[in-house]
Ligand binder design. Structure first.
Ligand code: COA
Length: 257
């Protein structure tokens, strides 16, 4: 299958999905996210696939977030719909019956961090950087970040990220439990492959059961509420100010309106 924004390669029962928009730091537009969803969905019924690696092309980014240019003039309804569609993509990954490993090879910001969080396991290269900078845009995370980040690293650590928009490096991410291991950029993919090589010798049934049961740990209505509140941001002056500031490379001045 040929896609516009992602590359897929199946080798030795491991499907590698590479986000391929390096000139935009692999920013996640709607079509790109649908392509990831489609590739993960197809992998579910492909007996050749035992595991999936998700990574970004280029040296700089896993994904620098949702595509700000695409959504900067969205209405509340369009924002809500964007978030709802994004959640379905993240759920597809999280509910995959084949393990999905994020190979985070640079910026994983906003939607990029949320995409990594939806994966079952995260490995990082030494140049990886994580953050949820949405508040700088007068926005909140819209692809599950308020929920999955909190569940992954705990409420206080997650709130520090979510409220300040601070970015952290790979070593700090490992300390927080956001990533399992930090390896040199040139070893990242082979490291992820080694992990999946161990998994693929096991029964696909037991692997699928464990993945399903581990997701049962996470329940609650937070995801639905996040979609609603993300959409509401698009009706605010602060969102318009935040996105305008990003494009004009200036600091936003928020008024709470
Ligand atoms: N959406 C759309 N375009 C993006 C993007 C995003 N999230 N992140 C980066 N880009 C684009 C830039 O606009 C730029 O495009 P251009 O060359 O056509 O001007 C290109 O990718 C390179 O980015 P640039 O900002 O020039 O790189 P940098 O090394 O100076 O800075 C970042 C890197 C990641 C710090 C910066 O791009 C950034 O802050 N991105 C937005 C992060 C964000 O807020 N994500 C959450 C979105 S909800």
């Amino acid at each position: 299958m040929t896609y516009q924004y992602i590359l897929t390669q199946l080798s030795e029962n491991i499907l590698t999905i590479t986000i391929n928009r390096p000139d935009k730091l692999n920013a996640l537009n709607r079509d790109l996210l649908q392509e990831i969803k489609d590739a993960v969905m197809n992998a579910q019924t492909n007996e050749e696939v035992a595991g999936i690696i998700l990574t970004g092309s280029g040296q700089k980014a896993f994904a620098a977030g949702a595509d700000i240019a695409e959504f900067s003039s969205y209405s509340v309804e369009e924002g809500t719909s964007l978030s709802g569609a994004g959640h379905l993509v993240m759920n597809e990954i999280e509910n995959s019956t084949k393990p999905v490993v994020a190979a985070v090879n640079g910026f994983a910001l906003g939607g990029g961090c949320e995409l990594a969080l939806a994966c079952h396991i995260r490995m990082a290269s030494t140049n990886a950087k994580f953050g949820q900078p949405e508040v700088k845009l007068g926005l909140i995370p819209g692809y599950g970040g308020t929920q999955r980040l909190t569940r992954c690293i705990g409420k206080a650590q997650a709130l520090e990220f979510l409220l300040t928009a601070d970015t952290i490096g790979a070593e700090k991410a490992k300390l927080l439990g956001l990533v399992n291991e930090v390896v040199a950029p040139e070893e990242l993919l082979s490291h992820c492959k080694s992990l999946l090589d161990k998994v693929k010798t096991k029964s696909p049934l037991t692997i699928a059961q464990i993945l399903k049961l581990s997701n049962n740990y996470y329940q609650g209505s937070g995801f639905e509420e996040e979609i609603k509140e993300f959409g509401n941001c698009f009706g605010t002056a602060d969102f318009k100010e935040g996105t305008d500031a990003f494009f004009n490379k200036r600091v936003a001045i928020f008024t709470g309106k």
